[in-house]
Design a protein around this ligand. Structure first.
Ligand code: OAD
Length: 261
């Protein structure tokens, strides 16, 4: 019974995707889980199950323990540099090719969407591969580790920090404005691998829904968004998304896309 309901939901979601003329895609940590990047809130494996965000992901934490925060981000930077995009990232690249008016809005800082080939992309929470001055906010391209110290800005001497958004900080205004504008005008929003608990990103699906868009969630687990999603496709994004794209556009030239069960 559940299987039939899921197949029907998948077929209807694929029809909606194929018919979309203006498409927003919102992703979270779950889309990179199958690449080997840990999520934040999964009970056993999430980063926030093992680490305290208040000690690592706030401006106050950086002011008190810059080296601890720097090293934690350096560990994550090295981790994401070693992994590869997975079939879910690839499927979103294919969608960008199929629907010219689209925008991929990600909360992820891992750069895997860009490495997969997505180009119409806004990064709401920054990018862990970049570093910026903690005083002026200027992105710094060339920086060197001297010994074991947190590096300093060459122009003002302040500490450098990862170019990511921490708790208690504002999102980059241009990225947020572009995301909200797309949420208001899209006819379909795909929401992949996010717990939908962190604002303002979590407000985007309700904005889309209130503006008349269809909302499709792809996530193995129910989330805060599930009750209001038009279709909730349960399963790992690396399996569900390629199957959805294949069903929407049967001529998709993916090699060996797994069929949805
Ligand atoms: P979360 O860790 O809160 O949620 C990850 C979601 O991915 C969960 O709903 C999982 O069920 C789902 N998931 C796990 N494996 C999956 C898979 N294979 N395919 C699809 N979904 C899967 O991560 P986010 O929602 O991204 O912000 O968290 C939002 C923000 O909170 C992050 O950007 C980060 C974090 O604190 C900052 O650091 C500022």
């Amino acid at each position: 019974m559940q299987h039939t309901q899921q197949s029907r939901a998948a077929a209807a979601a694929a029809r909606a995707l194929a018919g979309s003329r203006s498409l927003a895609m919102l992703t979270g940590a779950g889309i990179s889980a199958e690449s080997g990047v840990p999520t934040f809130r999964d009970a056993q494996t999430g980063l926030w199950a093992r680490f305290d965000p208040l000690q690592l992901a706030t401006p106050t934490a950086f002011a008190i323990h810059p080296k601890l925060v720097w090293d934690w981000y350096a560990w994550r930077r090295e981790l994401v540099a070693k992994v590869q995009p997975n079939p879910a990232h690839d499927a979103l690249v294919e969608i960008e090719r199929r629907v010219p008016d689209c925008l991929l809005i990600t909360q992820n800082v891992d750069d895997l969407h860009r490495r997969a080939g997505s180009r119409k992309l806004v990064e709401l929470h920054g990018n862990i591969g970049r570093v910026k001055c903690s005083r002026e906010g200027t992105v710094v391209e060339d920086w060197d580790l001297v010994g074991d110290e947190v590096p300093h800005c060459a122009s003002c001497g302040a500490l450098l920090r990862p170019d990511v958004v921490w708790f208690e900080e504002m999102l980059p205004p241009d990225a947020l404005a572009a995301a909200e504008a797309m949420a208001r005008r899209c006819d379909l929003m795909l929401v992949v691998g996010t717990s939908a608990e962190v604002y303002p990103a979590a407000a985007l699906p309700p904005i889309a829904k209130a503006s008349g868009a269809i909302v499709i969630e792809i996530n193995p687990n129910a989330t805060a968004l599930s009750p209001t999603a038009d279709y909730a496709l349960r399963g790992p994004a690396g399996r569900v998304l390629p199957a959805l794209v294949q069903e929407a556009w049967p001529d998709t030239p993916f090699a060996a896309i797994p069929r949805m069960a």
